[in-house]
Design a protein around this ligand. Structure first.
Ligand code: UDX
Length: 420
């Protein structure tokens, strides 16, 4: 493949970083740009600010193929990987994508622009119109990102599929060639279909989690065991084994945001998305079931010392965006419990997200760098993330009530689980 192409990746978050590393791994030279100069300075020095398996190693290995820059350079291909946060009305904010495109046009009126950021259905067509109105010849392509945090690097190197949306056949076929380095499973389609694939994928995954959580809640009442149930249900190839882990609910920056965005698009078209609305409602309820379980045992949480183990929205990431822990900790504070919080990676993100969401600051003394200190002298313990050190935890004190929100504890027998 023509590695003389000039490729620029805009936005050094999970998506942009994974893409840059994956392209470098396949021998492409990539110029990486981010408006946040601090990030670029760190990356130039070879230091990674995101905790993701494989990132640091790949950065070291491929540093001669990656150039980190503070000014947007001239390129043939620009991959836009900026964030598109939720607006108050549930729609996603695509203003950063628009800004990127305007900046690109000022540098090149012919480069191909590939949007990787999740964006509302109809965005890419609008962006292409905007380009055309500015008398530029840039082609806009949409290529959604399906990576999951915690396995971002692996997902980028070995994607299940690549989706390309657009109208310009020449650009689509060049991109097909570039991405064939990763998989032969490439689907080219129109913009709207590609934009919908992204939302539909996340909506269905989130729904699968909410559905199994509901079955788990029923199992608790009927005496069934959700682990046995999930295993056998997942053997049906039509259903599939993944995303059937019942627990304390889903978190992360994508599921809730994308479900809300999908529903807001549906509303414009007078479609009432009953299933996906229920997916969200069920998750809002599920997040707090661990606290309900504790209340049933302790009656009042006031003055009780409770350890919360796992603040990241899932293991393998230092990201606490929309993590279940945010809602659980807030509920514990509202019930005037004393907190001991532990996470091996996500404390800083948790503090930031908690302050942003609830406008409250948690006392620094509540955070424990060592798990063994977090579980000393406590009345109860709630597990919310299945980090290895949490999974392998051993507790001597038999009087401590343990709520295992991820059904993950290997060596603690008397814990209260979800769906059992
Ligand atoms: C998700 C999509 O999987 C990914 O394709 C998309 O690009 C971004 O959103 P991510 O948010 O990184 O990825 O994590 P994911 O692995 O999907 O998990 C989301 C949440 O669901 C986590 O809180 C996880 O703990 C929870 N989950 C997942 C369950 O509770 N049970 C499961 O069986 C699977």
């Amino acid at each position: 493949m023509n590695s003389n192409f000039k490729i620029c990746v805009i936005g050094m978050g999970y998506v942009g970083m994974s893409l840059s590393l994956a392209l470098a791994e396949k021998d492409y030279n990539v110029t990486c740009f981010d408006v946040n100069k601090e990030k670029i300075v760190k990356l130039k020095k070879g230091s990674m600010y995101i905790y993701e398996e494989g990132f640091e190693k790949s950065l070291k290995k491929n540093h001669n193929k990656l150039t980190f820059v503070e000014e947007l350079p001239k390129s043939d291909f620009y991959f836009i990987c900026v964030n598109t946060p939720s607006l108050k009305n549930g729609k996603c904010d695509t203003s950063r994508i628009k800004d990127c495109i305007n900046n690109i046009i000022n540098i090149s009126k012919t480069a191909t622009i590939i949007i990787k950021s999740t964006c509302e259905i109809g965005t890419c067509r609008k962006m292409q119109k905007m380009v055309n109105k500015l008398n530029a010849n840039n082609t806009v392509i949409f290529s959604p990102e399906f990576l999951a945090q915690g396995s971002a690097y692996e997902n980028s190197i070995n994607p299940d599929r690549i989706v390309l949306g657009g109208e310009n056949q020449k650009a689509l076929s060049i991109l097909q060639k570039i991405f064939s380095a990763f998989t032969q499973n490439i689907y080219a389609m129109d913009w709207e279909s590609a934009e919908t694939v992204k939302y539909a994928s996340n909506a269905l995954l989130a729904t699968k989690v909410s559905a199994i959580n509901e079955i788990a809640n029923l199992c608790e009442k009927t005496g069934a065991n959700i682990l046995e149930v999930s295993k056998a249900v997942g053997e049906d190839k039509r259903i599939g084994k993944s995303f059937l882990k019942a627990g304390c609910g889903f978190g992360g920056s994508c599921f809730e945001k994308d479900l809300k965005a999908l529903m807001s698009i549906a509303e414009i078209h007078n479609i009432d998305m009953k299933v996906f609305n229920a997916t969200l409602q069920a998750n809002n309820h599920q997040r707090l079931t661990v606290v309900e379980k504790l209340k049933r045992r302790l009656k009042s949480l006031c003055g009780k010392t409770i350890a919360v183990l796992g603040l990241a929205f899932k293991k393998g990431t230092n990201d606490a965006r929309e993590s279940v822990a945010l809602y659980v900790v807030n509920e514990l504070i509202n019930n005037r419990a004393n907190l001991k919080l532990y996470d091996p990676q996500a404390c800083e993100s948790f503090k930031y997200e908690f302050k942003t969401k609830f406008d409250k600051t948690i006392n620094e003394n509540c955070f424990y760098p060592k798990i063994q200190d977090a579980i000393k002298n406590i009345d109860a313990c709630i597990v919310l993330t299945d980090w290895d050190e949490i999974v392998n935890l051993k507790l001597k004190d038999k009087n401590v009530i343990i709520i295992d929100g991820r059904n993950c504890l290997k060596y603690i027998e008397n814990s209260i689980k979800v769906g059992m």
